[in-house]
Design a protein around this ligand. Sequence first.
Ligand code: DX5
Ligand code: ZN
Length: 221
Amino acid sequence: MSSYLIAPSILSADFARLGEDVANVLKAGADVIHFDVMDNHFVPNLTFGPMICQSLRDYGITAPIDVHLMVKPVDSLIPSFAKAGADIITFHPEGSDHIDRTLQLIKDHGCKAGLVLNPATPLHCLDFVMDKLDVILLMSVNPGFGGQSFIPTTLDKIKLVREKIVASGRDIRLEVDGGVKADNIAEIAAAGADMFVAGSAIFSKDDYQQAIDEMRAQLAT
Ligand code: DX5
Ligand code: ZN
């Protein structure tokens, strides 16, 4: 398996000084910036769009940006996010009428593509699109808010998805999002995840470096 990636979710960052906060979390050792886009329709919350992504690029953020689209419909936002500097774009199958087409649209715009499965969404929608996936994101909370508790049944789901990835023979990242903390990250990795989104567990701490170091220490054990 490839190396582990830690992706702080800026949902829990300080929006009034976002550029500085993102720069600080990268300086503290984050690998990827997780960018939660919510439309107050697919999920009951409203966040930010491509302009904020572009602003981070203009501020000088060069790290990969992982755009998690919790929106419906999704397609119209893909060209704007690609242009605004997204590297990875993931979406929920429930947000697209034509999942294969949306994945292709993301790839045609030069980004890595992924599907996001809610806690109760079954795995079968992965079956005929594995060849187009660079990332599979498993939600370990119901999407919409930071600071929720990890849903333990996700661990079995992670194992099943890891088996699917191994069977596909493809290099697909297995990302987990929601309630990830230093005290459960080792278990999540042992189940088969290799990319970890953490919002409140990092941004609620005064010392981002310490928060990320604690997670990496757990991953090394
Ligand atoms: C929830 C978002 C998550 C969220 C994670 O809908 O997709 O990325 O910010 O936050 P924590 O780590 O606090 O659960
Ligand atoms: Zn997310």
